[in-house]
Write a protein that binds this ligand. Structure first.
Ligand SMILES: Cc1cc2nc3c(=O)[nH]c(=O)nc-3n(C[C@H](O)[C@H](O)[C@H](O)COP(=O)(O)OP(=O)(O)OC[C@H]3O[C@@H](n4cnc5c(N)ncnc54)[C@H](O)[C@@H]3O)c2cc1C
Length: 458
């Protein structure tokens, strides 16, 4: 069968693009290399427990029924309901630096009060920065890229506040070290500080399964264990994809969510295209299952972003794991009406992909266990020590991310240079997801929708 569009990847962006195209009766097929859906945001079962891969929180929280904002746009475009996402709001999160804490909730005015009472001399600059953020259109697909640190530095003169603002935004959405593109800064600022966090009670599997059911009910085809080995092209146009098992599938258009470098590497060698540089920002994540709720140990925060140094270091570390900073997420600490099955603490820290990718197999497990202990020791300086309550553990590294998503370097936020308009040198091959430039769960879904609307629904 010949398809109107073949989509590479059944992550958040590929599935969302698929729903959009199938809704408009396009013949569409999603090809996923892995045995399951979700990509960077998947789920799994281990020793009789459910785990989420990528979900700390869904950003861009909005109350059910809200008419404005990215989440309501997303639901409208996908013809899905607020109940399909079932998001419950966070309780409260914080940014913790030496001698200074800023807290935030889904009420933006609370965060503004925190900033202005903690940094009274920066209050005027902060309110002017907010105006600049409000006036900026970060979704212009033809936008220029420029330094967020330079812009923020025009308004905020206290380096500690600058780094405290950047810390959560970079951790949750920067493919570039040390600085971000200003549009990306604005997207992340709005999605985290303005709108905030939510989480479905059952985790990401709920949203993923609903997306797949919806896609199939609209007539879309989804093939798992269907890795694309090559994108064939003639005269600068993609003609078909060749799967790892040798099957060839013809399509008028190809939309790839696999990443820019990864997609260009799939092109057949006759294509005069150079693969762009892949990113190298990746993480190790430690997941501890507890015999109690974190709140019973006195921990009520949803997410703690911490840096043990006044200057926040966001870059590929020169050591296996950068213990100077991290993210501590407690999936239990959302406003649920009943408790989760068990207590969880997830701690995430920057990691050196090369170290983890080149470790010999016989040292890998021991290194994972050792660094898991070190990450937890570093994090418990900021939260109650939960170690006596751990009943199970899982750890993943850049190696895990590469194995299950194919991302070069196991990088989470893709290439440093984004392809914001979704186009490639091959005229009917488009990019969506991480390397188009909208990051995170909501970002990736909007990316799939945006690129499908712009090029594939004409
Ligand atoms: C540890 C961690 C925590 C995170 N926490 C959050 C969070 O709390 N909130 C948030 O909003 N975001 C979070 N994210 C980020 C979020 O998960 C991603 O931004 C988003 O899921 C990216 O979706 P995507 O569709 O762009 O890409 P991907 O999920 O990478 O999807 C690409 C898909 O393409 C498939 N593929 C690759 N190559 C091929 C091929 N050759 N053939 C066929 N298929 C192929 C892959 O297997 C994959 O399924 C987190 C990510 C990680 C790793």
């Amino acid at each position: 069968m010949r398809y109107d569009t073949v989509i590479i990847g059944a992550g958040m962006s590929g599935l969302s693009a698929g729903v959009r195209l199938a809704y408009y009766e396009k013949r569409v097929c999603i090809l996923e290399k892995h045995t399951t859906i979700g990509g960077l945001n998947s789920f799994y079962r281990l020793r009789n427990r459910n785990y989420d891969v990528g979900l700390h929180a869904v950003t861009n929280y909005a109350k059910p029924g809200t008419k404005q904002g990215p989440l309501s746009k997303l639901l409208r475009q996908l013809r899905m309901t607020w109940e399909d996402f079932d998001l419950r709001p966070q309780l409260r999160s914080s940014i913790v630096f030496p001698g200074c804490i800023l807290q935030f909730t889904n009420d933006f005015s609370f965060f503004c009060d925190q900033v202005t009472s903690t940094f009274p001399h920066q209050a005027d600059g902060f309110s002017r920065l907010l105006k600049r953020i409000e006036d900026h259109d970060p979704l212009n697909l033809e936008r220029e890229s420029f330094s967020a640190r330079e812009v923020v530095g025009e308004y905020i003169k206290e380096p500690l506040l600058v780094d405290m603002l950047f810390c959560p935004l970079m951790f949750y959405g920067s493919a570039t070290p040390r600085d971000m593109d200003f549009s990306q800064f604005v997207i992340m600022f709005r999605s985290i500080f303005h709108e905030g966090f939510g989480r479905p009670f059952d985790g990401i599997r709920l949203i993923l399964k609903k997306l797949v059911r919806h896609f199939k009910s609209l007539g879309g085809d989804l093939k798992l264990r269907a890795g694309v080995q090559q994108i064939r092209q003639r005269d600068g146009r993609a003609t078909s994809v060749l799967l790892e098992d040798g099957t060839e599938i013809e399509a008028d258009n190809v939309l790839s969510s696999a990443g820019a470098a990864e997609t260009m590497r799939m092109l057949d060698p006759s294509a005069p295209v150079e693969a762009p540089t892949a990113g190298d920002i990746s993480f190790v994540e430690s997941i501890s299952v507890l015999d109690c709720e974190p709140a019973q140990l006195g921990h009520h925060e949803t997410i703690v972003f911490y840096s043990n140094t006044e200057q926040f270091h966001y870059e590929r570390p020169g050591v296996p794991v950068d213990l100077r900073s991290g993210i501590i997420c407690s999936p239990n600490n959302f406003d649920y009406s009943r408790p989760l099955e068990d207590g969880r603490m997830r701690i995430t820290a920057l990691a050196d992909p090369q170290y983890w990718l080149s470790l010999p197999e016989d040292r890998y497990v021991a290194e994972k266990n050792e660094w898991n202990q070190r990450i937890i020791s570093s994090a418990v300086a900021h939260i109650p020590d939960f170690r006596a309550h751990v009943i199970d553990t899982d750890v993943f590294t850049p190696r895990t991310i590469r194995r299950f998503t194919g991302h070069v370097n196991g990088c989470v936020y893709g290439a440093p240079q984004k392809f914001v308009n979704g186009q490639t040198p091959i005229s009917n091959l488009y990019l969506c997801g991480t390397d188009q430039g909208f990051l995170g769960i909501v970002g990736a879904m909007l990316s799939g929708i945006t690129i499908a609307n712009r090029y594939l629904l004409k």
